[in-house]
Ligand binder design. Sequence first.
Ligand SMILES: Cc1cc2nc3c(=O)[nH]c(=O)nc-3n(C[C@H](O)[C@H](O)[C@H](O)COP(=O)(O)O)c2cc1C
Length: 132
Amino acid sequence: MVKVTEEIKESLKGTKIAFLATASKDGIPNAIPIGAFKFLDDETLLISDQYFNKTLKNLQENPKISLVWWGEKNGFQVKADITIHTEGEIFRRNVEWVRGIKETLRPKSAIVGKITDVYLIKSGPDAGKKIL
Ligand SMILES: Cc1cc2nc3c(=O)[nH]c(=O)nc-3n(C[C@H](O)[C@H](O)[C@H](O)COP(=O)(O)O)c2cc1C
């Protein structure tokens, strides 16, 4: 697992929408916009599932994600291995957090991602460079 930098954490905080890519066990890709995400710590992402459909099916059969965003100054592509939590402390804390964002949201599961790789999102010679 890798530890992300403050710059990467600040960049994600500064963006409202990120794009989450998953794939089925047969390799059929799926990408969606998401708004409920944050770093839990330097190695771990939390994504809240309210509406996942194809995404959840993909995660159940192939527990890997790519999350990409472009913030105010920079952008990153993060790969992670995930676990799905539908009960317990992690799920309860996810529900509290999401209801704090918008009371009407009803999380179905908490997706916890252990980060494995980070790449730069930019143009020019460093485009797509692996940094972690
Ligand atoms: C701006 C925006 C933000 C969204 N954020 C989330 C989110 O944080 N969590 C979630 O479960 N769905 C979110 N959705 C819904 C998903 O993008 C998507 O519509 C849903 O997962 C169903 O698509 P799927 O069948 O490909 O999974 C959001 C949709 C939009 C338009």
